[in-house]
Design a protein around this ligand. Structure first.
Ligand code: GTP
Ligand code: MG
Length: 314
């Protein structure tokens, strides 16, 4: 992955970006969604600039896939920064709690309108990078599947307004990345979680990099999932072992590395290896690969918090 520049800006995004710049100005509230496993790298700096000082609620979605302790740390960190944030799992959220939170964030606007004798319909815009669960969250809030969703990036191609309650409209928008890719660590993580299309990256290099990170972030979970006795070898060796353990062999007995890459990435994305957070608030301003050994130990996702999926947040 080191020598491979990722082209993460498909053509449709430039058009969507221009439209969203205008739409943001008209929104009463911005619901910015990021991935709870990596709230730093899954937020689009470009969108951040466009939002400016407009009212926003930051939603750390897919919290069911992230480590619970780290989730709480992120929530505390955002609070300390003055950013209103919530943990969410769109797949098992409490609809009323999220609606109440939206209501709280727009109360001033509705009360002002009431004073003028009007019952205002709030328009909130749902934005974020691809595949973080924007459309899924809207469907869950509405109670049926009106917006198209899918476990790949780029499903929503155009903005669409969806009425969620008589007085709340949400605008679903296409996931947006930013055109300049400077931080290759962030790019790699975005690939791990399926924000950038797999077709644009070398999946072998990506899986090798992910396994290297998991050796540090969740060694126990990794060893257990793939019955690995020894994690000291490099990622090429680990992939060989995973293939042999699972019986993924080609005709001549060679390891089926393509299958290994597809399954490991898929299992990581689906939380099957464990609830693993890729970023911690205290490291948010630098690369986790440059952490000290103490910090690495503190960043582990293994142990009681990393094991059982449980609903937290909404
Ligand atoms: N585990 C888990 N999966 C989720 C959650 N929210 C969404 N998903 C899954 O993530 C995938 C992407 O969801 P979408 O709602 O299509 O994501 P999106 O942000 O609208 O994506 P684009 O339209 O491509 O920008 C789907 O497979 C969803 O089922 C969540 O909270 N937890
Ligand atoms: Mg979508």
């Amino acid at each position: 992955m080191d020598n491979q520049k990722i082209n993460w800006y498909p053509g449709h995004m430039a058009k969507a970006r221009r439209q969203m710049e205008e739409q943001i100005k008209k929104a009463d509230l911005i619901l910015e969604i990021c991935d709870a496993r990596m709230p730093f790298s899954s937020r689009n700096p470009d969108l951040n600039k466009m939002i400016g000082s407009r009212k926003r609620l930051l939603i750390l979605n897919k919290s069911d896939l992230a480590n619970e302790t780290v989730n709480r740390r992120w929530l505390g960190w955002f609070q300390s920064q003055g950013t209103d944030a919530v943990l969410l799992s769109s797949l098992r959220m409490n609809r009323k709690e999220l609606l109440d939170r939206i209501d709280k964030n727009t109360r001033e606007i509705t009360e002002k309108a009431l004073l003028r004798g009007m019952k205002k319909t709030i328009r909130a815009m749902v934005i974020g990078v691809p595949n973080v669960g924007k459309s899924t969250m809207i469907n869950r809030l509405r109670g049926n599947s009106i917006a198209q969703t899918g476990d790949r990036p780029g499903v929503t191609r155009a903005s669409q307004v969806i009425r969620v309650t008589p007085y709340l409209e949400l605008m679903d928008t296409p996931g947006l990345l930013w055109p300049r890719l400077d931080d290759q660590n962030a790019a790699r993580r975005l690939c791990y979680i399926g924000t950038i299309r797999d077709e644009t990256v070398d999946l072998y290099a990506l899986t090798a990099a992910l396994l290297e990170e998991l050796k540090t972030l969740a060694p126990q979970a990794l060893a257990e999932r793939y019955h690995l006795k020894d994690l000291s070898g490099d990622s090429a060796k680990l992939m060989e072992e995973i293939c042999r353990g699972r019986g993924w062999l080609l005709k001549g007995g060679e390891a089926d590395l393509e299958r290994c890459c597809n399954v490991v990435l898929d299992e990581f994305r689906g939380g099957k290896i464990g609830r693993i957070s890729l970023e911690e608030p205290q490291n948010q301003a630098r690369n986790t690969v440059n952490q000290s050994d103490d910090e690495k130990a503190g960043n582990r996702n293994d142990g009681p918090d990393g094991e059982s999926p449980a609903a937290d947040g909404f």
